[in-house]
Design a binder for this molecule. Structure first.
Ligand SMILES: NC(=O)c1ccc[n+]([C@@H]2O[C@H](COP(=O)([O-])OP(=O)(O)OC[C@H]3O[C@@H](n4cnc5c(N)ncnc54)[C@H](OP(=O)(O)O)[C@@H]3O)[C@@H](O)[C@H]2O)c1
Length: 343
C-alpha cells in the first residue's frame, strides 16, 4: 500500500511539475521526444533498406576483368568462398594461406572453371611473423594491377577459455595472425592501390570484437583492435581513392565456428560472402564509420541489441559470458568423450 501511495504521489508531482512548466518547455520536450522516435524509425528504415533493398558499391569500381585481388586465408572457409566469387566476377587472384597443396588445388579448380583466369599462390604461416614471407608476398604482387585486398586470415581460440588459462602459444598466434598479419599485409598491398588511385581493402571483423566476449577475450580484443585500425585507415586512404571497409559478422558455418548446420542466424559461406561482396559500403546503421554487417539476420540482431540493452552493456556482456561458458562446457564434454573413445 505504501509503495502504491508513493507511486501515486510521484505521478501527481510529475503532473504538477509538467503543468508548472512554460509552454515553450512543453514544445521543447515534445520536440526532443519526436526527434528520438524519428531517429529510431529512420534507423529501422535504413536497416531494412540495407538488408533487403539496396546493393553496395559495384566491384567494377576497383578494376576491370583481369584486375588482381589478394585474398588471405584463402584455402578454406570464407577465404575460399571469396576466391570463388571474385574469380566468377573476373578478378585474377593471389591466394595466401599456410597449406600449399590446398592453394594449388584451389588455383587449379578456378583456372579450369573460368577462362582467362590467372592465380598466384603463396604458402605462408602468419603466426611465424617471418619477414622473409612478407618479402615473398611483396615480390609476388610487384607489377600486378591489384585492385582488391581481402584481409580474411584469422584465428580464434580452439574453444572458449578463461584468459588466465589461455596458452601462451594461442594468445601469441591470435594477436600475431589477426593483428600483425593484417597490418603487415596491408602495408605491402595498399601502396599499389593508392598508386592506381582506386581500390578496396576489406577486413573481416566479428561480433566477438563488436561486443566484449568473455572466454574469447584475446580474439575479442584482436577484432576490436582491427575495427579501430580499419576505420582510422579508411579516413587516411579515402583521399587517395581507396575504400577501406570493415565487415562485422556473427557465426558462419566454417571450420573456425565448428558449426555445420545453417540456421536463420548462421548462414553458410556462399550466401554470406555474396552479401559481403554485394553490400560494400552500406554501413548506414553502424556506430563505426566504414563498417558494415552484410548478412541480414546478423544486421537485425545487432540493431536489436544496440537499440535495447546496448552492445557493450553489463547485461550484454553477462549474457555473452553465460553463452560462452555453456559452449566451453559442451566442448570439454565432447573432448572427454573423444578421449575415452581412443582408450
Ligand atoms: N566463421 C565464423 O563464424 C566467423 C565469424 C566472424 C568472423 N570470422 C572471421 O572470418 C575470417 C575467416 O574465418 P573462417 O571461419 O573462414 O576460418 P577457417 O575456416 O578456419 O579458415 C581459415 C583460413 O585461414 C588459413 N589460415 C589459418 N591460419 C593461418 C596461418 N597461421 N597462416 C596463414 N593462413 C592461415 C586457413 O588455411 P590453412 O589451414 O591452409 O592455412 C584457412 O584458409 C577470420 O578472420 C574470422 O575471424 C569468422
Amino acid at each position: 500500500m505504501a509503495s502504491n501511495f508513493d507511486l501515486q504521489e510521484t505521478l501527481e508531482r510529475a503532473v504538477d511539475l509538467w503543468e508548472s512548466l512554460p509552454k515553450a518547455a512543453h514544445w521543447a520536450l515534445a520536440g526532443i521526444g519526436a526527434i528520438y522516435v524519428a531517429r529510431g524509425v529512420l534507423s529501422f528504415v535504413q536497416l531494412f533498406l540495407t538488408c533487403f533493398v539496396l546493393s553496395g558499391t559495384n566491384l567494377r569500381k576497383y578494376g576491370k576483368k583481369g584486375t588482381w585481388a589478394v585474398v588471405t586465408g584463402a584455402s578454406d572457409g570464407l577465404g575460399k568462398e571469396f576466391a570463388h566469387q571474385l574469380a566468377a566476377k573476373g578478378f585474377n587472384l593471389v591466394l595466401v594461406s599456410r597449406t600449399q597443396s590446398k592453394l594449388d588445388a584451389l588455383a587449379r579448380e578456378l583456372t579450369l572453371r573460368w577462362s582467362g583466369f590467372q592465380a598466384k599462390t603463396l604458402a605462408m604461416d602468419y603466426s611465424k611473423d617471418d619477414d622473409a614471407d612478407y618479402e615473398r608476398l611483396a615480390e609476388l604482387i610487384s607489377g600486378l594491377d591489384v585492385g582488391i585486398l581481402i584481409n580474411n586470415v584469422g584465428q580464434s581460440h580452439s574453444i572458449p577459455v578463461p584468459f588466465l588459462e589461455t596458452s601462451r602459444d594461442e594468445l601469441q598466434n591470435i594477436v600475431t595472425i589477426n593483428c600483425l598479419g593484417t597490418l603487415k599485409t596491408t602495408q605491402i598491398v595498399a601502396p599499389i592501390l593508392t598508386k592506381r588511385k582506386r581500390g578496396l581493402i576489406l577486413t573481416m571483423g566479428s561480433f566477438a570484437g563488436y561486443m566484449p566476449t568473455p572466454y574469447l577475450a584475446t580474439y575479442s580484443g584482436s577484432k576490436s583492435f582491427l575495427q579501430h585500425w580499419s576505420s582510422s585507415l579508411a579516413a587516411e586512404l579515402k583521399p587517395q581513392g581507396v575504400d577501406v571497409e570493415f565487415v562485422i559478422s556473427y557465426l558462419v558455418t566454417t571450420a573456425m565456428s565448428k558449426i555445420r548446420r545453417t540456421s536463420l542466424l548462421i548462414p553458410s559461406p556462399k550466401p554470406f560472402v555474396r552479401s559481403v561482396l554485394g553490400k560494400v559500403g552500406l554501413g548506414w546503421t553502424e556506430k563505426f564509420t566504414n563498417t558494415y554487417t552484410p548478412w541480414w539476420s546478423h544486421a537485425i540482431f545487432k540493431w536489436a541489441i544496440e537499440n535495447t540493452v546496448g552492445a557493450t552493456s553489463g547485461i550484454t556482456v553477462w549474457f555473452n559470458r553465460r553463452m560462452h561458458l555453456d559452449i566451453r562446457a559442451r566442448a570439454l564434454r565432447k573432448a572427454e568423450r573423444e578421449a575415452k573413445k581412443k582408450l
